[in-house]
Design a protein around this ligand. Sequence first.
Ligand code: BDP
Length: 729
Amino acid sequence: MSVNHPCVKDNVVTITYMKKLNLLLLFVLACFCVQAENGYDLWLRYLPVSNPVLLQQYKQQLVSPVVLGSSSTVSVIRTELASALKGLTGNAYTVSSSLTSTNTLIIGKADASKILSPLVTKEELKQLGEEGFILKAKPGKTIITGNTDVAVLYGLFHYLRLMQSNQPITNLNIISVPKLKLRMLNHWDNMNRTVERGYAGFSIWDWHRLPGFIDQRYIDYARANASIGINAVTLTNVNANALILTPAYLEKVKALADVFRPYGIKVFLTARFSAPIELARLKTADPLNEDVKAWWNNKANEIYSYIPDFGGFLVKANSEGQPGPQDYKRTHAEGANMLANAVAPHKGIVIWRAFVYAAENPVDRHKQAYDDFVPLDGKFNDNVMVQVKNGAIDFMPREPFHPLFGAMPKTPLMMEFQVTQEYLGQATNWVFLAPLFKEVLDADTYAKGKNSTVAKVIDGSLDNHALNGMTGVANIGTDINWCGHPMAQANWYALGRLAWNYNLSSDAIAEEWLRMTYSNDAAFVQSTKQIMLRSREIMVDYMNPIGLHHIMATGHHYGPGPWVSNLNRPEWNPVYYHKADSIGIGFNRTSTGSKAIEQYFPEVRKQWENIATCDEKYLLWFHHASWNHTMKSGRSLWNELCYKYNTGVDSVKWMQREWQKQQTKVDAQRFKEVSMLLNVQLEEAKWWRNACLLYFQTFSKQPIPSNYEQPDKTLDYYKSLRFPFAPGN
Ligand code: BDP
């Protein structure tokens, strides 16, 4: 339910009053249905509560709501509350702004009224910080409060979530404080509105019509983010264009920042390191050059004159052809600190990416970021965070956690996940990513003994860092349902929820998302949740089982391409990663191979370094295993590969069967869309299986066991497939 719908005009003038009314009603209903079922409303649908007992309970509590205070955020709270209550209960509530003794729902900052303060203790308020909230039931009333208006907005969304997912709202006593301070989305949006690795249409930033035209989408985007606690966004691609830093574009960025501010969202920009050369014709972008420093200082001042609460810069430097400090023989720290000095007077920060690897460097790509960054630990300014991808290669369907986590105790490390499914089926496959995110966050680095999880590294608790955060590369575009695949919205949702509280289970996240986005029907939720929870493992099976990785086709990364070996940079070729030969398959990263395993702490190393005991999820990640290597199942490696690929395909068939059972529970449009996409997913799973097994068979020289479906095309056929216009590339 977008809050500011364009209103429906009565254009039926010649018919009788009753007919007119009926028609109008139908028209409004039709509009509502179309609007409601195309996915645009995300998890903020606010559909009528169908359980009469609950509805009665809710109505009792909602008799007389009041929202205290006055700010742009308070206005947002009022509008959201009124719209949600109307949707959920069917009643139009008047949300008052002054407190009376009869108010049953009191919403506002703790200092907004003398009445609110005594209802919560000083200790509780202290615990909340700036963004935490309290939902508390007192005799005859419920309060939603926090120390800031934005905290109250978060509290409201939590309260609405309870109703949307049919939870009781009596006797509430909830204190919720975010685990991470920066909860972010990185848009890889180009200024021409294409989206790098975007599979949901074009960029939602309509640069050409900004700043004059404010698309309703910006507002609904901000609402959606606030509802899951996301409080920061970078608008532009990490492969940056310096033009975003020019006055004409800063005006546009300001317009977006103004829209987002009431929702508690700060704007960041990506900074192209060579901008002083490109925009001001300086001869150099050397971070130690005085003119360069002055240029960035002035640029920062200029940006803050437009956007006083500008978050800062996100930088990809000396990676995949991007300019950076190493072009001038300076370190990443010297580059980051120069920019950090420019934004420091304004309380801005610099987020410097650790995703670096160089074509000239013959060392295993897995090791390069660690080699570059660990020596710089302690050399970054206080307002710099280093942003590390979850794994050392690149957002694979499964990767061991990045060895940098735990290895730079003096530097706040920020987590970078990829929400857009570049390597995970793009917009045709249904894959719920919370289990992937959780697997990484829960992994133990052993940096300070047992229970030094990645989550504790990034929340700053392991090493006492004030700055901390987590980001996701956004999967959002102009598609009516925002994310391409109707089920991909769940990944945006999961990113926000886990950044708020990484202790939430994948199960809980899937359940709340399904209830709000689809239906509270218990049987539907149960079955569909199972599909979601298994979906990532299913994809690993038919795409990259047993630790295989980066065997996608070139460039667009759509579909299999394990045979690719002709790209300029060795580490861009899939053959670099699987190393299949007549003896076996897999990348030896142990002490007899690239030694990448030595970048992990000894307790972690122990889990993986012995081929006989290595967790088989990572077997081919760390070992070159022989085709006849005996797996824990008793099968040979070759037979296990055949088994995994076929299990993956069979499991997609299971997903289809389970989904078909939901037909009566789901609206027609989304049911059909998901059904069609599952058909595509099955075809793609078979394609992956057939192409990979046929190709690896040229090395193993063993048959695909006859109990499995045999490939119906030749390897040459799969090799010949081309997708020149695949999206996101
Ligand atoms: C890779 C993407 C590429 C990005 C790069 C990055 O294929 O488009 O620019 O990551 O994160 O996964 O910088």
